[in-house]
Design a protein around this ligand. Structure first.
Ligand code: PEP
Ligand code: MN
Length: 340
């Protein structure tokens, strides 16, 4: 971090500022030029409040030379992080396909979808038990019972399961869940992120509806700073002026994340577009952009789905999409895990 001082600041004020900055445990070096004095800080500056330093009377401006995230930063961890989920690798050569209904509705529904998506090549089952709905009158999910039903489907098919947490008080129901999802609306629920930092489970962190890539990485940092390094990022579309799709899929986020961070990143073309026919082309594009996996909503009866029917593929459509996905993955020199 570089602190540039205002013109004509006296030695005493400079010394006071140096003492204050060094109280954060960093080393400060003063460089006095003819017209400008600057203070260079080396060490871990992540705890320094840049706005507070900027508000100091002696300070003209402050520049960060290093990102405020350490754990999630590729500079400090050059190798890709590979996360093990029941023997599957997320972030390595394998591409994982997470598929399943938006919400768990019944045992028959989730088990049928689980069987069908597995037969088509999916490797992880998704299903919402706690649902973040815009309307309080819409179906809110089956809660803990929904997780029980997912566990039935896991037992029947062997697919690991992922489901969303909305309230840290519910963590006790997630003991047998393989990946905990933090939804877009909770990306900056910092108290929840801190608690999940103490968990040993992989956390899939969706990008917020209107959050920058750096804010998203700072949220990952919250989880990692607590000791949980198993963070999977998920790009699910952001809010823009465009109304043709539910959100705008920001595929540039994938290579940008890969450059800035060592964490795996997957893409959710279902929530990004909100439209079934767009799921296949954007799945293909996501793989080519370097994504480590996809999350796709599949429902046995989308017309009567209790949530997100308009973007849910039928099992038949998912099977077709998987043919394209498989070809694309192989073309990229990666592979989908095969069920024995
Ligand atoms: C979901 O995956 O069911 C979901 C609600 O997604 P998002 O948080 O991305 O809206
Ligand atoms: Mn959904």
């Amino acid at each position: 971090m570089i602190v540039i001082l205002k013109h004509g600041i006296g030695a005493e004020q400079v010394e006071g500022l140096v003492r204050n900055l060094e109280s954060y445990g960093v080393k400060a070096s003063v460089i006095t030029g003819e017209n400008t004095t600057i203070i260079g800080l080396v060490g871990d500056t992540s705890a320094i409040d840049i706005d507070l330093v900027k508000s100091n009377d002696a300070v003209e401006t402050v520049k960060r030379v290093q990102e405020p995230y350490k754990n999630a930063n590729r500079k400090f961890h050059p190798d890709d992080t590979v996360i093990d989920v029941c023997g599957l690798e997320i972030g390595g050569d394998e591409v994982q396909i997470i598929a399943g209904p938006c919400s768990v509705e019944s045992e028959e529904q989730v088990c049928e979808v689980a069987r069908r998506v597995k037969a088509a090549g999916a490797t992880i089952l998704r299903g919402g038990a706690y649902k973040p709905r815009t309307s309080p009158y819409a179906f809110q999910g089956l809660g803990a019972q929904g997780i029980e039903l997912l566990l039935h489907a896991k037992k029947e098919t062997g697919l690991p399961i992922i489901t969303e947490i909305m309230n840290i008080e519910h963590l006790k129901y997630f003991a047998d869940v393989d990946i905990i999802q933090v939804g877009a609306r909770n990306m900056q629920n910092f108290e929840m992120l801190k608690e999940l930092g103490h968990s040993d489970k992989p956390i899939l962190l969706k990008r917020g509806l209107a959050n920058t890539i750096d804010e998203w990485l700072m949220s990952a940092e919250y989880i990692m700073a607590g000791g949980n390094g198993k963070v999977i990022l998920c790009e699910r579309g952001i809010r823009t002026f465009e109304t043709a799709t539910r959100n705008t899929l920001d595929l540039s986020a994938v290579p940008i994340i890969k450059k800035k961070s060592h964490l795996p990143v997957i893409v959710d073309p279902s929530h990004a577009t909100g439209i079934t026919w767009l799921v296949e082309p954007l799945s293909k594009a996501a793989i080519v952009s370097g994504a480590d996996g996809l999350m796709i909503e599949v429902h046995n009866d989308p017309k009567n789905a209790l949530c997100d029917g308009a973007q849910s593929l039928t099992p038949e459509q998912f099977e077709e999409t998987m043919k394209t996905v498989r070809r694309t993955v192989e073309f990229e020199g990666r592979h989908l895990p095969e069920w024995k």
